[in-house]
Design a protein around this ligand. Structure first.
Ligand code: GLN
Length: 188
């Protein structure tokens, strides 16, 4: 299993550590040519405006869109924003996933928080401890996109559309490998 991690900004290194722990080959993606031969791609948290603008500069926008039509892509936090069709403001987006997101929906850096989530797709092992850092909310899912998980107040924080995944939180910053395992299962 060879998984790329978009490595132009944000916490891509933590995703690479997780993938290696699970025995997958992890490849840093900075240019279109780096997508060749990958079984899937993770787009990390960071700053979605920066990731979008640099993707334009590096000629990655269309190659990433093409890749996502036939391969699994998982966006965490800023990566989820970049994956979406609508971030309610003008910034470069891949527009692959039929979700509307609202950036920084929980407030500023000091309003970052952690929460225990119930995610049936992750199977046994109890609640999933999730870390939210200036996180977006998934305001709505459209077409055949499905809600994977909400906070206790009903706000959507994870969604899936076929082999595309979006999470508001950061599984790469925990010790729990279940979300990365779930993504790898989509790439098989
Ligand atoms: N606030 C960032 C954005 O809107 C996302 C933060 C993150 O990835 N942790 O792009």
């Amino acid at each position: 299993m060879k998984i790329g991690v978009l490595a132009i900004q944000g916490d891509f290194a933590e995703h690479i550590v997780m993938l290696k722990r699970l025995g997958a080959q992890a490849v840093e993606v900075r240019l279109p040519a780096h997508l060749a031969g990958l079984d899937g791609l993770i787009m990390p948290g960071g700053e979605s405006t920066t990731i979008g603008k640099l993707s334009v500069d590096y000629g990655l926008l269309d190659p990433l869109r093409e890749f996502g039509k036939t391969h699994p892509i998982w966006g965490t936090c800023a990566g989820a924003i970049f994956l979406s069709k609508d971030a309610r403001r003008a910034q470069p987006l891949l527009g692959l996933m039929d979700i509307t997101v609202r950036r920084n929906a929980f407030g500023r850096q000091v309003d970052s928080f952690e929460a225990d989530l119930t995610i049936p797709e992750l199977g046994e092992g109890g609640p999933y401890h999730a870390i939210f850092i200036r996180a977006p909310i998934i305001e709505s899912v459209q077409a055949d996109a499905r809600i994977l998980c909400t906070l206790s107040d009903g706000r959507i924080v994870a969604a899936r559309q076929g082999k595309l995944l979006a999470t508001s939180f950061h599984p790469e910053l925990t010790n729990d490998v279940r979300f990365h395992e779930f993504f790898l299962s989509l790439a098989y």
